[in-house]
Design a binder for this molecule. Sequence first.
Ligand code: ZN
Length: 232
Amino acid sequence: MNVKGGYLADFVSLLFPELCAACGESLVANEHLICTSCRITLPYTNFHLQPDNIVAQQFWGKIILEGGFALFYFAKGGKVQNLMHRFKYKGQKEIGNLLGEIAGAQLIKNEVFKTVDIIVPVPLHKKRLRQRGYNQSACFAEGLAGQLNAAVAEYNLVRPTATETQTHKSRFDRYENMQEVFSVLNPEELKNKHVLLVDDVITTGSTLEACGAQLLKVEGLKLSIATIAYAE
Ligand SMILES: [Zn+2]
């Protein structure tokens, strides 16, 4: 049976080869999701080697962070955009786990990030969660957690109300609005812990800032931030 199954699998993969989620080329037998060439050449930031990197700097004077990190630079039309598209809109949630593992393997070598106790994904709007079936940031968190030997607290930070109607507000009003909508359900779980707040892409940083401000109200909590991609 196994032999037959193996032949069948080989035959099917000959007709419909699995494609690299970043470049679209066919994967070979020992490759999974992302081809070897992409794994080497994707635009890594190496922010784990630069404590004062651009992600950390975005929060200076706003919220106090132990460390800030993004795995990749995001460019329109680039391989990271392909990856994110498949991950968020094509149901390939295992891409998030893999990218979490890749990021975690870098962060575990960093003095600051290796002390992370709990990983908290930015919560998704309920409606979006129903449509997609998974929170992409939670998939990234799961991959990171394995490498950092940390727990994931997916449902502690919540977004109880929708934040539409923000289009006509100033940046300041928008921030105020965001701050109102996130809340920590169980502060005890996060008390005196080093929490790594994670999201898929960082652009303005306003969502992460709003989440971080709420988390930092928890007694003794230390905060770091990590995302898959940094978009200028
Ligand atoms: Zn590739």
